[in-house]
Write a protein that binds this ligand. Structure first.
Ligand code: FAD
Length: 398
């Protein structure tokens, strides 16, 4: 990563924000990002997404934190990433695929020079979209239970057998970052290794999973005698656990920008409550509804306040144990509560044929259907509570 630069002034940050907004206005694809419908559904959409992601790298708005030799910016500051993420969400433009950043982070920290030179430019150009091949049917919350097996061959290559599941973007990704058990006598987090997997390799089958929102975002991925070249291994055999955990830690920073999604949810909720009518009156004139909307708005402000504080502490290097878990828990649970109430209210009110209100109702429904994805993926809310109980509160655990 580039050396830490001085904190930009407020004027510099405002100028940066203006440049990001102008870039979005000029380059974002002409379709709105829909929660739970992030993956492209046509070849044209996929081409537009790839061009859009590449434009963000070219402009230095994504991957700005990479070393300059690999395309990063010398003047990058973590607050820039937050601004980019906020403005993309506010514009309802498609977000870059998280897994791409995660893979880049892992390659930059643990990849060989050959892997970096071969793979990083293809991430920047969006020739390669990546996915994360970690979870398995019996290894989700307990990821150390991974059973997918990698066997080293006499010529140094590896043969992979097993199954991964819930793989976001697996159906259109080109490459995957896989966690595989390479020492058959090992257990738990020992004996695991990290690999670069081309999704076109013979023996890989990707089976899309249709979710409750009628979308294909996640997939099962089967490995049946898949041969990977010796240089597909990242780092050393057995280093997989620390490599993947370092990557997952990095994911937390993205949560900061996501709070904008909560603001957007409240906007839609207020639109429906203001324009929808119950018993002939605008819903917001009913006291119980007014109170409920106000209470949820307060929850959103609390979540935002924590994230603001968390981001500042991360920038200052003053994070506390469990901060990432609080950020994830607070975002995911608030998102679920607001969207669930929004969907419920949408079903209760009568609305005039106003396209803005219809769109707000549709978005609230889609967010609600997707809300459980946030409380499960990347570590469930229960696991976040466990981490907080154990590491932050030092409570006894079973
Ligand atoms: C939308 C979505 C996208 C995803 N994308 C990816 C991806 O790209 N790559 C990837 O590798 N994985 C991905 N996942 C998988 C995700 O990481 C797992 O679903 C998650 O870790 C939970 O694992 P599980 O589904 O096996 O549930 P389980 O681990 O079986 O958990 C089931 C329930 O039991 C609870 N539970 C489990 N253990 C405990 C405990 N010790 N204490 C208290 N409660 C517990 C959980 O909180 C949960 O409610 C994705 C999942 C979703 C939903």
């Amino acid at each position: 990563m580039s050396a830490a630069t001085a904190r930009p002034t407020e004027a510099e940050l405002a100028g940066f924000r203006d440049r990001v907004k102008a870039h979005i206005a000029e380059h974002a694809p002409p379709f709105e990002a829909r929660e739970g419908h992030r993956a492209p559904v046509t070849a044209e959409q996929e081409a537009r997404l790839r061009t859009w992601f590449a434009s963000l790298f070219d402009a230095g708005f994504v991957g700005g934190d990479w070393p300059v030799e690999y395309g990063g910016r010398a003047d990058h500051h973590p607050l820039h990433d937050r601004i980019v993420s906020e403005e993309i969400l506010r514009a309802r433009a498609p977000r870059p695929v998280d897994q791409v950043n995660l893979a880049a982070h892992v390659l930059l920290h643990f990849g060989s020079d050959e892997q970096k030179s071969a793979l990083l430019p293809r991430i920047r150009s969006s020739e390669h979209v990546w996915c994360q091949l970690l979870s398995e049917p019996d290894a989700g919350s307990d990821i150390a239970a991974v059973r997918c097996k990698g066997t080293r061959q006499p010529d140094g290559s590896w043969v992979i057998d097993g199954q991964k599941t819930w793989i976001t973007d697996g159906h259109w990704a080109d490459m995957g970052l896989a966690l595989v058990r390479t020492d058959p006598s090992s257990s738990r987090h020992h004996g695991l290794s990290a690999f670069v997997v081309p999704l076109t390799a013979p023996g890989i089958e990707v089976r899309p999973i249709r979710t409750i929102n009628e979308a294909i975002e996640v997939n099962e991925v089967f490995f049946d005698g898949v041969t990977l070249a010796a240089d597909s291994l990242i780092g050393e055999p057995g280093q997989g656990w620390s490599i993947i955990m370092a990557g997952l830690d990095f994911e937390r920073f993205g949560i900061g920008g996501n709070v904008i999604l909560l603001e957007l949810l409240i906007d839609d909720l207020v639109t429906v409550a203001r324009h929808g009518r119950i018993d002939g009156m605008p819903a917001l004139q009913h006291e119980d509804i007014r109170h409920q909307v106000a209470e949820l708005a307060v929850e959103v402000e609390v979540a935002k306040a924590f994230i603001d504080d968390h981001v500042e502490r991360m920038v200052a290097g003053a994070e506390q144990t469990g901060d990432g878990s609080i950020a994830k828990l607070s975002f995911a649970e608030t998102y679920h509560r607001v969207s669930a109430y929004g969907a419920q209210l949408s079903a209760m009110v009568c609305t005039v044929a106003d396209p803005d209100v219809a769109q707000a109702k549709q978005r609230l429904k889609e967010c609600w259907l997707w809300s459980r994805a946030y409380t499960v993926s990347g570590g469930s809310s229960e696991m976040m509570r466990n981490i907080l109980a154990k590491r932050r509160l030092l409570l006894p655990t079973r």
